[in-house]
Design a protein around this ligand. Structure first.
Ligand code: FES
Length: 355
């Protein structure tokens, strides 16, 4: 059903990124994407190469191949409902699963040789790494995305902790914990690169949990441990675009020392009227309960205390698969769903859809 009957257009939502575009009646989907700066994987554009194959999740479309595909929202698929985006003409609002699309201003991943400009300890185990992209290069990433660092003969994913900033267009911040031998050797390699003024390679940008457009709804930012790095990037981007947006940041840790940048969200709270920081300890400090003025318990318990209805919020969450899936399960009864909860976990550790 057309959302806007006056202009006869349809809303197409791409999953899992939640990027949306408006497509006029009788307009090709690929043409609307081109006009609105969204990059689709396209090659032959005539149905031969199938590089643009995607899955229709809901809605009705014309494939201009003599058949119409119709799928109702919530319908359980017997078999994947594959469609070719280069041939698609929407006949209703659509939801389409296609991870490999790029939002306006964003382009496919590239590898850059970056200078390691500093390695700074933030607490006993977490380091802030500052990288500088080569002069003249252009950093293309969206808030919430990650890069892959080429270290220890591997390509390891790390969230980009700073929002794109025209004032510092070459800067990339990472927050890395040296909690085991492998990560300790990575920190040592980065320190050596900083001391010797050698470069490390970084491939960016990756990840489907990003902020392409600022939603109108209140935003809940939820993280545990160094998941704060992705959340810091998102918070910076949100506050740059709308300093008065309603934001609740829930950061959970095992110990007080694990809040390695405690003053950063406290500062956001003091500077922005509608920004609230909720530090959470997983358990109350034994014998020291009075020293902790924050909250204690599981993240979902604390959020449950604060909200009766989560159907009208957008949540961005960074943590372990258990934490992300558990939080969703516990808060579904308040209206949270995979549609309004965004996390990289849904891409790299998906669960089977519930019947
Ligand atoms: S671009 Fe080749 S099938 Fe669509």
């Amino acid at each position: 059903m057309a959302k806007d009957s006056n202009t006869q257009s349809y809303i197409v939502t791409f999953k899992p990124s939640n990027l949306t575009i408006q497509v006029a009646a009788d307009q090709a989907l690929q043409e609307a994407c081109y006009e609105q700066g969204i990059i689709l994987p396209l090659s032959c554009e005539n149905g031969a190469c199938q590089i643009c194959e995607a899955q229709l999740l809901s809605g009705t479309l014309d494939q201009r191949q003599g058949y119409q595909v119709d799928l109702q929202k919530g319908q359980i698929l017997e078999s994947p409902n594959q469609v070719l985006l280069c041939l698609t003409y929407p006949l209703s609002d659509l939801e389409i699963y296609m991870p490999e699309i790029y939002a306006p201003g964003h382009s496919p991943a590239t590898t850059l040789a970056c200078q390691v400009s500093s390695v700074e300890a933030l607490n006993a185990s977490v380091y802030r790494i500052e990288l500088l992209a080569p002069a003249g290069s252009k950093l293309n990433y969206l808030p919430g995305q990650y890069l892959e660092l080429h270290v220890a003969d591997q390509q390891l994913p790390y969230s980009i902790a700073n929002a794109p900033d025209p004032e510092k267009p070459r800067r990339l911040e990472l927050q890395i914990s040296d909690h085991n031998d492998v990560t300790a050797s990575i920190i040592a390699e980065l320190k050596a690169a900083a001391d010797n003024r050698t470069t490390v390679k970084a491939t960016l940008a990756k990840g489907e949990c990003f902020l392409a457009e600022l939603p109108k709804q209140p935003i809940l930012l939820v993280c545990a441990g160094t998941g704060f790095s992705q959340i810091q990037c998102l918070a910076e981007a949100i506050l740059m675009q709308d300093p008065e947006h309603e934001v609740h940041l829930y950061w959970s840790n095992r110990t007080l020392d694990d809040f390695y940048l405690y003053d950063t969200p406290r500062q956001w709270q003091s500077q922005h009227t509608n920004f609230t920081f909720h530090p959470i300890l997983e358990t109350k400090l034994e014998g020291n309960a009075n020293s902790w003025q924050g909250r204690a318990g599981w993240i979902y318990e604390v959020i449950h205390e604060d909200f009766n209805d989560l159907s009208q919020v957008q949540m961005y969450a960074c943590g372990s698969p258990n934490m992300i899936h558990g939080t969703l399960d516990q808060l579904e009864k308040l209206g949270l769903s995979e549609n309004n909860m965004h996390s990289d976990v849904f891409s790299y550790a998906p669960r089977n859809k519930k019947n």
